[in-house]
Design a protein around this ligand. Structure first.
Ligand code: PAF
Length: 290
């Protein structure tokens, strides 16, 4: 008899590569009485993604994830080619937190010759990150519709770090009767407060050190707003302090309604404070409730 109990062995991770295989695998779980959660990703997984799997397992019995670096959501000058890819490493990480199914299609499977359909949500994509990245959220809406339609999961989890994406996906899933409940997964932060992101890998040591100004300035602005300071002045001052801290450009610091993403000039229930700024050539985003 061994005198130690072996560590729990994670269930093996099955990898499927076509929508039909994903649909069949999820349906098999559901026929066996399981609730199924789904976590769409673009890979280069970090602890924030793994927390989405854990959140999925709080709402479902089985969790599937997808990895697909979606060309339709990258602009012509964006980082599609240098976006980090490590399927084997990602698969091991997913298995370690209890994900049992990985959907990893290639571009030709997702967008075969003749592909001609696109999903566009009105208004929500035109502001904030969408204003700086035209077409980005149409690419997101299109791929997420395809992923949710193929998975037909009971719930799907999207990170709150991309708050605008979460708002768009919620709207779309409701409008199009996609039948999957959308859940937001809390932002996971490094010990100094910087939100985890696959793009943090692009930062030099010096940029990484300076990047912490983003969560710090948002937290400071959050305190000011809660203390009753005028919204316009707080947002402008936060932008200036980000530039002074070494950000090359600030796309926006904004206070919006968390669901409709409309700009607010005073605090209201559900208000969200969001920012996007460039540290060198890397665009970082973050947000906080107010
Ligand atoms: O947030 C992401 O990683 C992507 O935008 C998503 C939702 C997987 C769609 O490609």
């Amino acid at each position: 008899m061994p005198d130690t109990v072996p560590d729990a062995v994670p269930a093996p991770l099955r990898i499927v590569r076509t929508p039909a295989e994903l649909t069949a695998a999820v349906a098999t779980w559901q026929r066996a009485g399981h609730r199924v959660g789904f976590v769409p990703t673009m890979g280069a997984l970090h602890a924030g993604h793994l927390a989405l799997v854990t959140t999925g397992l709080q709402h479902a019995d089985k969790v599937a994830a997808s990895i697909f670096v979606n060309p339709k959501q990258f602009g012509p000058t964006e980082d599609l080619d240098r976006y980090p890819r490590d399927e084997a490493g990602d698969a091991a990480k997913l298995a370690s937190v209890g994900c049992e199914l990985l959907y990893a299609p290639d571009v030709a499977t997702m967008y075969p010759p003749g592909f001609a359909s696109h999903v566009r949500v009105s208004e929500l994509p035109d502001v904030l990150c969408g204003a700086a990245r035209p077409g980005h959220f149409d690419g997101v809406a299109t791929v997420v519709t395809k992923l949710l339609a193929a998975a037909r999961a009971d719930v799907a989890v999207f990170g709150e770090k991309d708050w605008q994406q979460l708002a768009i996906v919620r709207r779309m899933a409701l409008d199009l009767d996609l039948g999957t409940r959308i859940i937001g997964g809390a932002i996971v932060r490094d010990t100094d407060g910087l939100a985890l992101s696959s793009r943090n890998l692009y930062l030099s040591t010096d940029e990484r050190r300076r990047a912490v100004a983003l969560p710090q300035e948002l937290a400071f602005a959050q305190g000011e707003l809660r203390g009753g300071a005028p919204v316009g002045g707080v947002l402008a001052a936060a932008g200036e302090r980000l530039l002074a801290a070494g950000f090359a450009r600030v796309d926006y610091v904004a206070l919006v309604d968390g669901e409709r993403l409309t700009a607010l000039d005073r605090l209201e229930p559900g208000a969200r404070l969001l920012a996007a700024a460039w540290m060198g050539t890397t665009r970082l985003i973050d947000n906080l409730p107010v």
